[in-house]
Design a protein around this ligand. Structure first.
Ligand SMILES: Cc1cc2nc3c(=O)[nH]c(=O)nc-3n(C[C@H](O)[C@H](O)[C@H](O)COP(=O)(O)OP(=O)(O)OC[C@H]3O[C@@H](n4cnc5c(N)ncnc54)[C@H](O)[C@@H]3O)c2cc1C
Length: 400
């Protein structure tokens, strides 16, 4: 690829924060709230104009389970708080057996603890939530690069209507979904070229509003079998643009065929961001995988079940979140270090909230303890802090 030289220039510093969270999806919202609640001066930067990421702007409206499918709750803390917030408007209800304090275990094993929500109501609630939690929010602001010195990110170069500026930082949470900060910081990342066209959309059928969870078959382990001969990685402009154009072509075809059956059908609300499942992620010191089911890690900072089947319980280690070459960088959400089927398990909404909360609390602790690297954190202290905030870290499910 040819290159050109950009003339060296001074960039104004537009803000200085203890913790900067990049990306306002569920992981970023949880991370920013946790960092702020733990005393860090925190900002959240988001390139779009709403919070929730795929969950709201992508119309992905199922808050998947907080339980293991065997009747045990494995996610509390912000994972549960954000589930409750998603149905604050009364769109859905928590299943009865999960509402009661000590609900019947048999019923709980038959009915998983999950809800559906309305994406627009949820986006409004998340916005209020983040402001109430004392987080400075920057919309229309995209992370473009980092200023790194001696293994630490000193500032994030961002662009918005005001031009290009630097936000100075003590710690950074990469909740971009695509590991953008890791990529710019020179971390080892892994891309997955397996995204299939997808875009859940709402339409009016002449009587009521319906949701069409419109997607193609995908394979989480990377052995992609394309229905169209094309898969997408989501990590360059051509690929993202093609994904959006191809998805819209597919939607248009679908709408034409729906209209043939019912001429009163009108599309209402399509996704406003590309609905890609797994794009780019950190390769950390540990890559969580399916075989880690019920394996306890000493640096566990949260737990999750498996949305796809009953039984598995995963202990999430801090090492699967923390960057390797950049002391003050940590990931949250669908770009943490997890591979294969493990990545598919970790990328869903409740688990993104768990890793977000852990990353935010760890970042606040890094700044207050004046440490240079997440590897230097006092793990038992971090675990006690998370537990005091209702995060579940319970060894009783561990078999190794
Ligand atoms: C088709 C589909 C169906 C799904 N179904 C479900 C489901 O039913 N239930 C479920 O729980 N999960 C589901 N998922 C998965 C889940 O929705 C996402 O993986 C999860 O919401 C990801 O959250 P996140 O915060 O990690 O990332 P995202 O939601 O991707 O948020 C990242 C945010 O960062 C912003 N951003 C990105 N780059 C930058 C940058 N450089 N600068 C500034 N901002 C940036 C983005 O605009 C976005 O708002 C589905 C996903 C897809 C694609």
């Amino acid at each position: 690829m040819k290159s050109m030289v950009e003339k060296e220039k001074k960039i104004p510093v537009s803000g200085a924060y203890d913790v900067v969270v990049v990306g306002g999806g569920i992981a970023g919202v949880a991370a920013a709230a946790a960092a702020s609640r733990n005393g860090a001066k925190t900002c959240l930067i988001e390139k779009e104009y709403g919070l929730g990421g795929l969950a709201t702007l992508g119309n992905v409206i199922i808050y998947l389970p907080l339980c293991d499918g065997m009747g045990n709750q494995v996610i509390k803390g912000l994972g549960e708080e954000l589930l409750k917030l998603s149905i604050k408007d009364g769109y859905d209800e928590i299943p009865d057996c999960w509402k009661k304090r000590n609900g019947d275990k048999k019923e709980r094993s038959e009915k998983r603890y999950r809800v559906d929500f309305n994406p627009m109501s949820y986006m409004l609630e998340l916005e209020e939530f983040i402001c109430k939690n004392g987080v400075k929010l920057y919309y229309d602001t995209r992370l473009c690069s980092v200023i790194k010195d001696q293994g630490l990110i000193k500032g994030l170069i961002v662009e918005n209507k005001g031009g290009r500026s630097v936000i100075a930082c003590g710690a950074v949470v990469d909740a971009s979904g695509d590991a953008d900060v890791c990529f710019h910081a020179g971390e080892k990342t892994v891309s997955l070229n397996t995204n299939v066209r997808a875009g859940w959309f709402y339409y009016f059928d002449g009587k009521k509003v319906q949701l069409k969870p419109f997607t193609k078959w995908y394979n989480a382990d990377g052995s992609f079998r394309s229905e169209s001969g094309r898969a997408f990685s989501g990590t360059d402009a051509d690929d993202v643009t093609d994904f959006v154009l191809e998805t819209r072509k597919m939607l248009k075809k679908e709408l034409i065929s729906l209209k043939k059956e019912n001429p009163k059908i009108d599309p209402l609300f399509m996704t406003s961001i590309p609905a890609m499942r797994m794009t780019r992620r950190l390769r950390g010191k540990i890559e969580l995988e399916e075989s880690h089911d019920k394996h306890y890690f000493d640096d566990c900072v949260g737990m999750t079940g498996d949305w796809r089947k009953n039984g598995p319980v995963f202990y999430i280690p801090l090492r699967a979140l923390a960057a390797v070459k950049t002391g003050n960088l940590i990931t949250a959400g669908r770009c943490i270090s997890a591979k294969g089927e493990g990545w598919d398990t970790m990328r869903v909404i409740p688990t993104c909230a768990v890793t977000g909360e852990a990353a935010g609390a760890a970042s606040a602790m890094l700044c207050s303890a004046r440490k240079k690297s997440f590897a230097e954190l006092d793990i038992p202290r971090l675990q006690d802090l998370l537990k005091s905030q209702n995060v579940l870290i319970d060894r009783k499910f561990a078999i190794s």
